[in-house]
Design a protein. Structure first.
Length: 527
């Protein structure tokens, strides 16, 4: 069976079932990367697109080819983004949707609900104190003759009149101030009534005749306190948002708010770049001051045991590779449940940036870079190590030549290793066998070398598409496009390196010999 046939069957199955595996996975991955960078607006758009294409979350969902995604939790991610943006209504709707399916982790949902309640309480502010008002006398009812309306509900209790300064009864005016004696109030012809408490609240009270008395309450005092509290909360919120903004390190690179300030003996100064699997930070050894690059995987990947094992394998492999064309691994470890590894910081420009700024490279420069890559992978293959992810972003151009970095998904060619069901690599540079075979060999690196050489001569990779699935299918079924910039001998090497069958590609020693001969011929023709 041709390698392209399984891909075509997968594509037909996806079309029949209505699933857009690849598109939804790309959108979800884009949202995770944007969220890691702090770009909440782009993350919200990406997660929304993923939900529109694959609305049902899952603990393990198929994306494309042999690739699986552990933990597809789009509604929790949307709730996180909306909370960061301050859109509490959308965050609450996303959490409700997450609870409807019940697949996404409940502890994380409860934590987000707690954050949502706290944000709502902070936005609402403290409850203002009740306004203090002066009691207004109720309008007195017209007098009614005693014979017509007796008061059966009252109890007549005679009150003995004190000889001096008797307390004023209801309806009686207080005595005028005097030096010693107080004038007695005139005796009432009617018995004193004990009024119930409910009626006493609405009974008319005469204003005090003399004396300073209590100070009248100010009705605006409660509003002033409420406004002051609101201003205080607003200031605290502004300070909180300011702290959440990306801070800049001494080299002008933004600092990740989640990052540690130290990994092992290395201090962190800023971000070098964000990739699909990890974030690279610039730092220095706290003892020697040597500049390093510290690589830390994204939080959503650390939860995957297979990824953690692969990340640790990268550190072990890097320690075994010592070659002038390979960036070594200095140290590795775990800091607060975050695995990390440190590499020397190499001053230079990656090949993808070089191609983006200057377009196609001259033939001599392209052949020199290809020769350096061939030397690096030939050395690694003698140690039974396959890079598996050669691409321009992993190639650093220095004054001393090209250097290959990031053996992050390399696999030791050992029969005791268990095969993986995950697709590893970058689709634009992946050999056809990477799609159908979980474990590939050195020919896959030589295929990627041919694709990179083609891109250096033309300014673009040979196979493109609207989705990674289309690119992978093109690697398996389409021939290598024409390369007018390549001389016949170089074009012949490209055809052999990019052969669909792994056994049809030349060995490492032959590739190095051909490149050296091509460089010598190019030098002699220019001289």
């Amino acid at each position: 069976m041709r390698p392209a046939l399984p891909l075509l069957l997968l594509c037909a199955g996806a079309a029949l079932s209505g699933e857009t595996w690849l598109t939804f996975f790309s959108a979800y991955q884009d949202g995770l990367e944007a969220q890691a960078r702090g770009d909440q607006a782009r993350a919200a758009r990406a997660f929304g697109k993923a939900v529109a294409l694959a609305p049902v979350p899952g603990r393990r969902v198929k994306t494309y080819g042999l690739n699986f995604l552990d933990g597809y939790h789009p509604y929790l991610r949307l709730a996180e983004v909306f909370l960061a943006q301050g859109d509490l209504a959308k965050a609450e709707a996303a959490l409700a949707r997450s609870q409807t399916y019940g697949i996404e982790p409940a502890p994380e949902r409860e934590a987000l609900l707690a954050r949502l309640r706290a944000r709502r309480q902070a936005v609402a502010g403290p409850v203002p104190a009740p306004r203090a008002t002066v009691p207004v006398p109720a309008k007195a009812a017209p007098p009614v003759p005693a014979k017509a309306t007796p008061a059966p509900a009252t109890v007549e209790e005679p009150t003995p009149a004190p000889p001096r300064a008797a307390a004023p009864e209801q309806g009686a005016l207080p005595a005028a101030a005097g030096p010693g004696k107080a004038k007695a109030a005139p005796a009432s012809p009617h018995p004193v009534q004990v009024v119930p408490a409910a009626a006493a609240k609405v009974a008319p009270q005469p204003p005090p005749a003399a004396g300073p008395g209590p100070r009248p309450a100010r009705p605006y005092r409660g509003w002033a306190l409420g406004m002051g509290a609101a201003l205080l909360l607003g200031s605290l919120g502004a300070l909180w948002r300011r702290r959440r903004r990306p801070q800049l390190g001494p080299w002008g690179a933004p600092l990740d708010p989640r990052q540690q300030t130290r990994y092992g003996p290395y201090g962190i100064n800023g971000i070098l770049g964000v990739g699909g699997c990890a974030t690279a930070y610039r730092g220095q050894h706290l003892g020697t001051g040597a500049a390093v690059a510290v690589k830390v995987p994204h939080p959503h990947l650390v939860r995957d045991p297979e990824f953690r094992a692969r990340f640790q394998r990268e550190a072990d492999l890097g320690a075994r590779l010592e070659h002038p064309r390979i960036v070594p691994i200095l140290a590795s470890g775990v800091e607060e449940e975050e695995p990390w590894l440190a590499m020397p910081f190499i001053e230079g420009l990656t090949l993808d940036l070089r191609l983006g700024r200057g377009g196609p490279l001259p033939l001599a420069e392209a052949l020199a870079i290809a020769t350096g890559i061939a030397e690096a992978i030939a050395y690694a293959h003698t140690r039974s190590v396959v890079h598996r992810d050669l691409k321009p972003a992993n190639l650093i151009l220095t004054p001393k030549g090209v250097m290959v970095m990031d053996f992050g998904i390399a696999r030791v060619l050992d029969a005791s290793q268990t095969t993986s069901t995950l697709f590893l690599g970058t689709p634009a540079y992946a050999a056809p066998e990477c799609v159908t075979t979980p474990q590939v060999g050195p020919p896959a690196d030589r295929y990627a070398l041919g694709i990179i050489l083609f891109e250096m001569l033309t300014g673009h990779p040979p196979f493109t598409g609207q989705s990674p699935f289309q690119i992978l299918e093109a690697h398996c079924s389409q021939p290598l496009p024409p390369c007018p910039q390549a001389p016949p001998a170089v074009l012949q090497l490209l055809q052999r390196l990019c052969a669909k069958a792994p056994e049809a590609r030349p060995e490492d020693g032959e590739v190095l010999a051909i490149l050296e001969r091509l460089r010598a011929n190019d030098t002699s023709s220019r001289s």
